[in-house]
Design a protein around this ligand. Structure first.
Ligand code: PEP
Ligand code: MG
Length: 909
């Protein structure tokens, strides 16, 4: 297979389907040239294979001859030679990967100029200034990108020249000074590299091609790929193209055009242009551009030609396209096209309009494939209005949406400020159940430590509150926080973007979050596709959250974390009394109090999800989480002293403190050491369920035991649950039971009450021994947060801030496994656990309720593994509905497609 393909090469497939080989830009240039026959300056593409070969073992030997041959063909087509002393051909050398990575890689323009050809260009164009300005730009660009020299070296010289010329405008620097600058730039190159600026066009070309290959692994590109989950293995293609000049005269210009408005989705040409300018002038924003509609007045025939091309492009790609074009002395050239990026509002509108359009008529499946997680997030949550804000601190984007508020450092202060009517951002090193009231009062949450499944992240996501966690640069001190040179004090404003994980000092204006009508339309199409294949439930712990989840399309609750019910300020003291109890009577009294409050909570959840399954997980986290921090109490003891009550709490906190609490007395182990606890919870739940039945409801209850490791352990826990069900069933209100007082224990049904008992699969052992565990479980729910922690041995609270970025930078992991489920390890356990469980119990219901349940790439894996449902926080439900449909479509035989626009489902891993 050759490495180099001319734009008009006749491929066996439509070029736009060859993005793997030609990159997005190269594929579209070839499509425009060879299929659409649009006016595209000729050129050739060096394939991604060449880049991968270069990454593996340097410049491939055969590439030299292939580039030389392609260059010869290009020169022949143009009737000009690169570097020619009388009428030189100039070329651009641009990157172009499979997935667009705007501005992340490098480009070299005006290549082919040297001390001789610059004179030829001057003569040929009759414009000496233009020629020397082009040469000056080329040397600086080549110096920076190919020779890796600091750009300021050239900028300082240019600024000095402008000062000498007494002007602020680049365009007013006279030719004499430009000639001088060309000399000075060349001397700079020689001084800094020890070699003269390369005059040989072949050497220039090779240098530029290699620089573009290298830029694939530049820090900007790597960071972008990590964020977008694009594989580092793909490599980039390189496009070498004849240059045309929009800066020749007033009959020339350059612009960017979209076939529809990428911000609103409105139909009709959209974009802007500049007369007598080069592409970089438009991008740099130094001159004010004019709207594309103005072209009609200034270049009427070009305008008609361009809008015709736009129509052809839309019909051909069945999608909105963006383009770059240049007018050179009245002639239109198309430099680039691609399916254009768009905002969430525009994406939804276009998808619906294009399904309904008689010209384009895309299928509903295609429309669903075009919507991304980001599109939905942007209409569900407020966002920063505009871009380019200066980032004060960076962390992990743990819960999407943007928030603005004054900072407070304790939950109490945050709550008090919110009560005074202030908008608040709670800033903590990390959060714990004790902070929940402050989190609730806040617009957003910022922590210096913790990862994507830390307490702060999970709670914030559950409420749909923006959160940035693990911002390790933050140093918290008394009522102040420092990052870099800037210290902010209590009451100062910050703005955070919980999707991108960035924090800006001050107030950033926000966009409103109002899902347009098209949102529901597209999601209803997604539901039609996924129904019967993969259900979507929510993780919700209160009636209010359950109702919200249902309104966002949840088909049940996959995880009700009952410990979250204990966090209210009125509940915490009761939990503490239960922990501190010195005899069984005291403990029973505290449990009784908890039972009463839990019962009320369960009633509201079951009522909100009436007729749909509700999985209630019995208490899971380590008890020390309900106790005050030992560090803070130790300081208080040493300074102002502790009250007797605080003394008791301190002792208890010390005695429950564990060295590795996430692997300690949690989950079912807690049930084993506090046996009354689970009975109390089941009693509360069953009483609530019977009350809902009595009120005419149809609760569907699933009782879930967390963190099991063996059949024997689960069988024991199950026996407590069955006992409690039996007991409450026997006492249930008679009017609720038609057909007699069924006990329900173990048979999945009691009167009108459906009850099943199952377990979370959160330990590698449970996944491996799933066959025997399924003997005593009617359902499994994979807790991929803990399963990830235990499979890797990565502490879920610690590793993301400390080492994850190094692991990602070094390519040791393809992505953060707490974000996208680890396909090979954790994924294998999910597949294996499901298979083994179903071998024992073919109708075993299997779901997932770890944070991955709302993450699109992970949803694809869960669907492929045969899971029945995914469960995620309420605000993720729309994303999960969409991703579930995309997983179903991706697994189905490919439907006939008209367009080249594809979803990004295949990007990661
Ligand atoms: C899990 O471990 O994936 C899970 C859902 O439980 P938690 O996050 O509450 O430990
Ligand atoms: Mg867990």
């Amino acid at each position: 297979m050759p490495y180099v393909f001319d734009f008009d090469h006749s491929h066996a497939q439509p070029p736009m389907e060859l993005k793997d080989l030609l990159g997005g830009k190269g594929a579209n240039l070839a499509e425009m040239t060879s299929v659409l026959r649009l006016p595209v300056p000729p050129g050739f593409t060096i394939s991604t294979d060449a880049c991968r070969a270069h990454m593996a073992s340097g410049w491939p030997e055969s590439l030299t001859a292939e580039v030389a041959a392609a260059r010869g063909r290009l020169e022949k087509a143009m009737g000009k030679v690169i570097g020619d002393a009388s009428d030189p051909l100039l070329v651009s050398v641009r990157s172009g990967a499979k997935f667009s990575m705007p501005g992340m890689m490098d480009t070299v323009l005006n290549l082919g100029l040297n001390d001789e050809s610059v004179e030829g260009l001057a003569k040929q164009t009759g414009d000496e200034r233009f020629a020397f300005d082009s040469y000056r730009r080329f040397i600086a660009m080549y110096g920076r990108i190919v020779l890796d020299l600091p750009g300021e070296e050239f900028e300082t010289l240019f600024e000095a020249a402008k000062e000498l010329a007494g002007t602020n405008s680049d365009a007013k620097v006279p030719v004499e000074l430009l000639r001088y600058l060309v000399d000075a730039y060349q001397q700079t190159v020689e001084r800094l590299t020890g070699a003269p600026f390369p005059q040989d066009p072949a050497a220039q070309l090779r240098g530029a091609i290699e620089a573009v290959f290298r830029s694939w692994n530049g820090p900007r590109a790597i960071a972008y790929r990590q964020h977008e989950h694009i594989s580092h293995e793909l490599g980039t293609a390189v496009n070498v193209q004849a240059m045309v000049f929009g800066n020749r005269d007033e009959n020339s210009g350059t612009g960017v055009g979209f076939t529809r408005d990428p911000a609103t989705g409105a139909k009709g040409a959209y974009g802007d242009f500049l007369v007598n300018a080069q592409g970089e002038d438009v991008v740099a924003g130094i001159r004010n551009t004019e709207p594309i509609s103005e072209l009609k007045k200034q270049f009427p025939s070009v305008y008609t030609q361009l809008t015709d091309i736009f129509t052809r492009l839309e019909t051909h790609y069945s999608d909105m396209c963006d383009t770059e074009f240049t007018i050179e002395q009245g002639k239109l050239w198309m430099l680039q096209t691609r399916v254009g990026k768009r905002t969430g509002v525009a994406a939804l509108k276009m998808a619906v309009d294009m399904v309904r359009s008689s010209d384009l008529g895309i299928s509903k499946a295609e429309a669903v494939m075009r919507i991304t997680e980001d599109h939905l997030d942007s209409v569900l949550h407020p966002q920063f209005a505009g871009t380019g804000y200066s980032v004060w601190a960076k962390g992990l984007g743990a819960s999407p949406g943007a928030a603005v508020g004054r900072i407070y450092f304790t939950a109490d202060d945050a709550e008090a400020a919110a009560e005074r009517g202030e908008r608040v951002i709670l800033v903590r090193n990390e959060t714990s159940p004790e902070d929940v009231h402050g989190m609730l009062a806040s617009e957003g949450i910022l922590t210096a430590r913790g990862g994507l499944v830390s307490h702060a992240a999970v709670v914030a996501r559950g409420w749909g509150k923006p959160a940035v966690v693990g911002a390790e640069v933050l140093r918290l001190s008394d009522h102040a926080v420092t990052a870099g040179d800037l210290t902010l004090h209590e009451g100062d404003w910050v703005s955070l973007d919980g999707g991108a994980g960035i924090v800006v000092a001050g107030q950033v204006p926000l966009t409103e979050a109002t899902p347009p009508a098209a949102f529901e339309t597209v999601l209803s199409w997604a539901d039609d596709i996924r129904r019967g294949h993969l259900a979507v439930r929510a993780n919700a712990d209160t009636g209010e959250d359950a109702a919200n989840a249902r309104s966002l399309g949840a088909e049940g609750i996959g995880l009700c974390r009952t410990e979250h019910m204990f966090l209210g300020e009125d509940r915490l003291p009761v939990v503490r009394r239960m922990i501190l109890a010195s005899d069984p009577t005291e403990e029973a009294a505290a449990l009784e109090e908890l039972r009463q409050v839990q019962r009320e909570d369960f009633i509201s959840i079951l009522a909100a999800m009436d007729g749909l399954p509700v999985t209630v997980r019995l208490l899971d986290p380590p008890l020390h989480e309900f106790l005050p921090s030992t560090e803070e109490l130790a300081i208080k003891e040493a300074t102002v002293g502790l009250s007797p009550e605080e003394h008791r709490l301190y002792e208890a906190a010390l005695s429950w403190k564990e060295a590795n609490p996430m692997l300690g007395t949690r989950g079912v182990r807690l049930g084993v050491v506090k046996p009354g606890l689970y009975s109390m919870q089941v009693r509360a739940l069953m009483e609530a369920a019977w009350e809902v039945v009595a009120a005419g409801g149809h609760p569907v209850v699933e009782i879930m035991i967390p963190l099991t490791v063996s059949r024997e352990e689960l069988a024991l826990a199950r026996s407590w649950v069955e006992e409690a069900i039996e007991k409450v069933g026997a006492d249930a209100p008679t009017k609720a039971i038609k057909g007699g007082k069924g006990s329900g224990a173990g048979n999945g049904k009691a009167g009108k009450l459906h009850v099943s008992i199952g377990t979370m699969i959160e330990t590698p052992r449970a996944a491996l021994r799933a066959g025997e565990i399924a003997e005593v479980a009617e359902f499994f729910s994979f807790g991929t947060n803990d399963l990830t922690q235990m499979t890797f041995g990565f502490s879920r609270d610690d590793v993301e801030g400390r080492m994850m970025s190094a692991y990602l930078d070094l390519g040791l992991l393809p992505s953060n496994p707490f974000d996208i489920v680890d396909f090979d390890g954790v994924g294998e356990l999910v597949r294996l656990g499901t298979e083994r469980g179903r071998a024992t119990r073919p109708n075993l219901k299997v779901g997932v309720c770890g944070e991955h349940g709302g993450e699109p790439h992970s949803i694809r894996l869960f669907f492929d593994a045969g899971l029945d449902y995914v469960s995620c926080s309420p605000f993720r439900v729309p994303v999960a509905r969409l991703a579930a449909a995309q997983a179903v479509l991706a697994a189905a035989p490919a439907p006939a497609k008209k367009s080249g626009g594809k979803g990004k489902g295949s990007k990661a891993n």
